[in-house]
Design a protein around this ligand. Structure first.
Ligand code: FAD
Length: 433
């Protein structure tokens, strides 16, 4: 029986553990957390709910629809609220309920908690297993679900052609905590405020009414790093502008890192596959990665079921399908995100305040879909552009570039051919240098 090792009980790793165990593989999952209920995170996350039925799961109990968000432009210059009918909104779901559901579904796999994966075992350009707690564990396939800072991906030799490190401007360092809500001080007209380039910093902060009527949900995230001074200033500002935000931390209160970039341009090697945050599968605009990790788990198990082999040419179909399903669009959205982050505050303010990007555009970008301005939209967009033609042109160039990135990514070679795939990779990575 072929042996599969899953490094890290990330969302994609746990999901694929269940699918592969059901196919009859011997599956071992190595996770550094001491137990399932200590795994991260102690909070709820927003997920597009269709992914659960697609994978044959029920949405875990206790979920609720996410609030409409109000985007606040830098320095409070303007605001724009996204309106989504309740039935079309993402659902907020307790992360530990998702973990439990995936763990129960993976009852055919063996979980080893308190097990820290240290490095890959490589030989002649192939991964042969992992070192865990000082011991070598050999396997026919290693699935890397260790998250953004994966010890495996980062230690792969150059010949694998897999990017080891993420650039600082491609990750979001985010604090998330839930605080008490002060009664009688809430502004119900905008229950969920998201501050773009909060206080002129690269990143966002939010202060949302939680579904628990006694709590506020706070996130302070910055691109690259989050200094204490930045955090303190942001927190003070949130408190000033959101009088309902209390002092007592009731849940969360930790700092984590999230990839906010396009997926890694090489996801497979002989005996090795990347999934989830270790493959940078999050939506570049917001860092949501649960739905794409689950979608990737399904794709991977189907490819393994079909091919039954673990060489890179066989596993490559997984990368191809991930790019077709969401990766190519994430490439386009990443390009747009880089443009918006690079803008000066005044232009960003105008873009958000003028209505140039409408409700639909914001929803698309947040959901990891391309933003498109059709020729027929231009008369309407031009109305907002009086005195701002330069900015409108800049926006058009940025959108064209975002579509170009999408097209390059979408032209991923269908079958594995080292030369063709390397050439495609070079072209795609080159767009973001
Ligand atoms: C503040 C915050 C808010 C988020 N909000 C959302 C949201 O609302 N919606 C959404 O879709 N996504 C959200 N995400 C992103 C989401 O968490 C990830 O995209 C998703 O969980 C997929 O990541 P992963 O499971 O691959 O990696 P991780 O969640 O990083 O999991 C990796 C696993 O590997 C384990 N591990 C790491 N190193 C080792 C090691 N050396 N040995 C053994 N085990 C190890 C870790 O303990 C962990 O269990 C958020 C992330 C953060 C940080």
């Amino acid at each position: 029986m072929k042996k599969i090792v899953i490094a890290g009980a990330g969302i994609g790793g746990m999901a694929v553990a269940g699918f592969l165990a059901k196919l009859g593989y011997k599956v071992d999952v190595y996770e550094k957390s001491e137990s399932l209920d200590k795994m991260r995170y102690d909070w709820h996350d927003d997920v597009a709910p269709e992914i659960f039925s697609e994978l044959g799961f029920e949405i875990p109990d206790g979920s609720f629809p996410k609030n409409d968000w109000t985007f606040v432009a830098p320095f409070d210059a303007s605001r724009q609220t996204m309106h989504t009918p309740v039935e079309n909104r993402d659902r907020s779901i307790e992360r530990r309920a998702i973990n439990k559901m995936l763990f129960d579904n993976a009852n055919g796999a063996e979980f080893h908690f308190g097990a820290t994966v240290e490095k890959p075992i490589t030989e002649n350009g192939a991964v042969k297993g992992i070192v865990v707690g000082g011991k070598e564990v050999f396997a026919d396939l290693t699935i890397d679900s260790l998250g953004l800072n994966s010890f495996l991906r980062r230690q792969l030799p150059e010949e694998f052609n897999i990017q080891n490190e993420i650039c600082p401007n491609e990750k979001f360092v985010a604090y998330r905590g839930f605080f008490n809500r002060l009664p009688g001080k809430a502004d119900e007209s905008e229950p969920s405020r998201v501050y773009m380039k909060h206080l002129g910093e690269n990143g966002i902060s939010w202060c949302l009414f939680d579904h628990n009527p006694n709590r506020m949900n706070v996130l302070i995230g910055r691109v690259g790093c989050l200094e204490k001074e930045t955090f303190d200033k942001a927190m003070d500002d949130l408190k000033k502008k959101n009088p309902a935000l209390g002092e007592n931390l009731e849940r969360g209160g930790i700092v984590c890192e999230i990839p906010i970039r396009y997926p890694v341009s090489r996801m497979v090697a002989d005996g090795y596959v990347l999934i989830g945050d270790s493959a940078f599968m999050t939506i570049p605009m917001l860092g949501s990665g649960i739905a794409s990790s689950l979608a990737a788990a399904k794709i991977l198990s189907e490819v393994i079921e079909k091919k039954g082999e673990f060489d890179k040419a066989s596993l490559y179909e997984y990368q191809y399908k991930c790019f077709k399903r969401f990766g190519a669009e994430h490439c386009g959205v990443d390009s747009l995100k880089r443009f918006l982050l690079g803008l000066d505050d005044k232009t960003l303010e105008w873009i958000f305040g003028s209505g140039l990007l409408n409700d639909n555009d914001l929803k698309n970008a947040a959901a990891g879909r391309l933003v498109t301005i059709k020729v027929s939209d231009y008369p309407e967009k031009l109305k907002h552009a009086k005195g701002h033609l330069v900015e409108l042109l800049k926006m058009k160039v940025a959108l064209d570039r975002s579509h170009k990135c999408f097209k390059i990514a979408d032209r991923i070679p269908e079958k594995f051919d080292e030369k063709k795939v390397s050439k495609w990779q070079k072209r795609l990575d080159g767009m973001y240098e």
